[in-house]
Write a protein that binds this ligand. Structure first.
Ligand SMILES: Nc1ncnc2c1ncn2[C@@H]1O[C@H](COP(=O)(O)OP(=O)(O)O)[C@@H](O)[C@H]1O
Ligand SMILES: [Mg+2]
Length: 215
């Protein structure tokens, strides 16, 4: 399966979600490839630091840029069981072309008005991609939301999403937890991090099941 974790805004948790899903997929014995199309290269850096620290299982990662992406992804999809694409950037060629080949697209947003504004653009991008890729399914994930139960800033996002035809709301939310930052800086996913943050592991496992439930 080809899964895209994408979106225009930086800092929404795309790389965090992509690397966690990739680590879990590799841990379950699947042959997974991460494709980092973001010039910042954070996913690639994460995979490299795993290699440098001899962390197993290895998570293969390549960086790809430009218009040739759909053909390259299709070719790589014949050699790997799963592909997870980490794509960011405003109006980026990579984000648009990844949508043309992905089976599923997940768009993390933070529960703030600024991120909600970018959803219009994402809805249009998915609409355009569907002309070439009619089976594309796209979800918005609320990411990095507060763990404080008295903060209800996600509620507006849920309501606004009803206005978009091409985007659904993922039932899984990812909260802002130190474990994600700690894992990232050690080349790990939260399921590999010690001491274990049970809540982080649980929410990432829920997302994993949601993403890969068809396989
Ligand atoms: N759920 C989370 N909880 C805590 N920190 C997070 C979470 N998601 C991302 N971060 C942190 O926020 C920063 C940006 O996240 P990142 O995944 O790199 O976003 P993006 O790829 O969308 O730019 C990083 O420092 C990362 O560790
Ligand atoms: Mg990133």
């Amino acid at each position: 399966m080809i899964v895209l974790i994408g979106g225009e805004k930086g800092g929404t948790g795309k790389t965090t979600i992509a690397t966690n899903l990739a680590a879990m997929r590799a841990l379950s014995g699947r042959d997974v490839l991460m494709i980092d199309t973001d010039p910042q290269g954070s996913a690639n850096y994460w995979a490299q630091s795993r290699d440098e620290m001899d962390i197993t299982p290895r998570v293969a990662c390549v960086q790809k840029f430009g218009k040739g992406l759909p053909a390259e992804v299709k070719d790589l999809a014949t050699r790997y069981e799963d592909i997870i694409i980490d794509a960011g950037g405003r109006d980026s060629v990579e984000l648009r072309s990844a949508m043309v080949v992905a089976h599923k697209a997940y768009i993390p947003i933070q529960p703030s008005q600024f991120d909600i504004w970018t959803l219009n653009q994402m809805d249009e991008l998915v609409e355009t991609a569907k002309a070439f890729n009619p089976d594309l399914q796209a979800w918005v994930i609320i990411s990095r939301s507060s763990t404080n139960p008295s903060v209800h800033e996600s509620d507006d996002t849920v309501e606004i999403l009803n206005d978009f035809t091409n985007l659904s709301l993922s039932p899984t939310g990812i909260k802002d937890r130190i474990a994600y930052r700690k894992a990232a800086s050690s080349g790990l996913g939260v399921s590999e991090l010690k001491p274990r943050d049970a809540k982080a592991v649980e929410e990432m496992e829920t997302l994993y099941k949601e993403v890969f439930s068809d396989e």
